[in-house]
Design a protein around this ligand. Structure first.
Ligand code: UDX
Length: 452
């Protein structure tokens, strides 16, 4: 099938690569010329494991362009995968979404085009996008009125494992009020639903993956499923962090508690890792958008609000813990291990490291930081913020009064902790992710402290 994807961020590019890989002809459109130039030259504007390999393998089915006139005509399915960044009120900025809808209305020309909202958009956006497309169609000079339907097909992909999540999803959700749209999307996703494609050698199909469940529903339900899923995951993390605070007081081990409750199949083991809380582009934005939507209907969402408050409190707890250990923070030197909001990505949106660095700097601390992938991006997006960046963990540890593990990159688990302890002025390690081996670090001469 012929597919166009508007937006070449994490969602658009991953979706494009996967659909091209399973055999569709995909045109990726972005109005950012730099991004398209880079992609045409085989460079990827984001860090996502194996994306380069997959794009390369699917290159014969892929086009990259900045032009709606090139990408949209003839496409049977058009995905909108543009950013919806938060505004100060908490509601998302829908400017890119409306630009995309107008561009589609001006250029689509097939017998029947399915326009799919893949971006996380407020409930009701399906109807709104439909009306913008219709308006743009009415203003066309050629007088044509091409047929189309709008569907919602939320993404559930996690950065760092985005390709795995797209090729082997837990479920595919399609919301459409028009049955023809569902049929088209069913055909599009058939290779993934039935798992009939040959997996890439570097992204093997897990043994337990069979046919992927398809949930077809109405537009509003699909839109709400996305927000509710992210809010639920966010509150699962905040729940374990709330229990973590109590665990600390009563002398319980929160990792064990998480494992113990997660073994109940009604609860499930994932998203119960306690620590400094969630970051990233989705949980913060989506929980605040959900609260804003509820507000429009005169409703409060106290559970979702509490999840957000607890997440903020976790960042403050880093400062409190360091204060307790070091007594005085002014004039101290503290090293952060990890800047990206989680491992295996270079994404710094709502990264806890940035908030923590700022809180420490505000208290007169000199902050150093290391990240295996995100240093360059940090420099580009934040200057240095007054943080001393280094590609070498030893250099970061040198003279530090404490190290804080902010992002649990795998390589931090097996550092030469003995050597690092010797370089530090005060060998304190605050494990913000329960990722390090307390006994090993203690043997290496560090005072191990965790957030729980
Ligand atoms: C999320 C959703 O998981 C995905 O389905 C959605 O579509 C996009 O948003 P992502 O933001 O890429 O994905 O990362 P995710 O793996 O969900 O982690 C989010 C944050 O939660 C990270 O900062 C992570 O460190 C934190 N987290 C996760 C915890 O603190 N504890 C956990 O147990 C799990």
């Amino acid at each position: 099938m012929r597919v166009a994807i508007i937006g070449t961020g994490y969602v658009g590019l991953t979706t494009g690569a996967c659909l091209a890989f399973v055999g569709h002809s995909v045109s990726c459109l972005d109005t950012d010329e730099c991004k398209i130039k880079a992609l045409l030259a085989g460079k990827i504007p984001i860090y996502e494991p194996k994306l380069e390999e997959l794009l390369d393998e699917a290159r014969h089915n892929l086009q990259f362009t900045t032009s709606y006139a090139e990408a949209i005509p003839g496409a049977e399915v058009v995905f909108i995968a543009v950013g919806t960044p938060p505004t100060p009120s908490g509601a998302p900025n829908l400017e890119f979404l409306s630009q995309a809808a107008r561009g589609i209305g001006q250029h689509m020309n097939g017998d029947f085009t399915v326009v799919v909202n893949k971006s996380t958009v407020p409930i009701g956006s399906g109807n709104w996008v439909g009306s913008l497309i219709r308006e743009a169609c009415e203003q066309r000079q050629d007088g044509s009125a091409p047929e189309f339907a709008v569907a919602s097909n939320p993404e559930f992909l996690r950065e760092g494992t985005a390709l795995h999540d797209s090729l082997y999803p837990d479920r595919i959700v399609i919301g459409a009020d028009e049955p023809r749209a569902l049929e088209v999307l069913y055909s599009l996703y058939r290779p993934i639903l039935d798992q009939t494609f040959n997996p890439p050698t570097y992204l093997e199909r897990p043994e337990d993956v069979g046919a992927v469940p398809l949930l077809s529903t109405d537009l509003a339900s699909a839109e709400l499923i996305k927000y509710a899923a992210n809010a639920f995951l966010a509150l699962k993390i905040s729940f374990i962090n709330e229990i973590g605070l109590l665990a600390e007081r009563v002398g319980a081990n929160i990792s064990e508690v998480g494992r113990g409750i997660g073994l109940d199949s009604r609860i499930g083991p994932r998203f119960l890792s306690a620590g400094i809380g969630w970051g990233g582009s989705c949980f913060g934005k989506d929980t605040s958008a959900l609260i804003a939507t509820a507000g429009e209907y005169g409703l409060n969402l106290p559970i979702v609000e509490a999840a957000r408050k607890i997440n903020c409190r976790q960042r403050d707890r880093v400062v409190e813990k360091l204060l307790y250990e070091l007594k005085i923070l002014k004039g101290r030197m503290i090293g952060l291990l990890g800047l990206a909001f989680k491992p295996n990505t270079d994404d710094l949106r709502e990264a806890p490291a940035i908030e923590i660095a700022q809180k420490l700097i505000d208290r007169g601390v000199r902050v150093k930081a290391h990240d295996p992938i995100a240093l360059e991006k940090f420099r580009r997006e934040h200057g240095t913020m007054g943080v001393q960046l280094s590609e070498n963990v030893c250099e970061v540890a040198e003279g530090c009064d404490a190290l804080v593990l902010v992002t649990e990159w795998n390589e931090y688990r097996d550092l030469d902790w003995e050597a690092l302890a010797k370089k530090m002025r005060n060998p304190v390690i605050l494990d913000g992710r329960h990722a390090l081996d307390r006994d090993k670090l203690t043997r290496a001469g560090l005072r191990y402290v965790s957030i729980s």
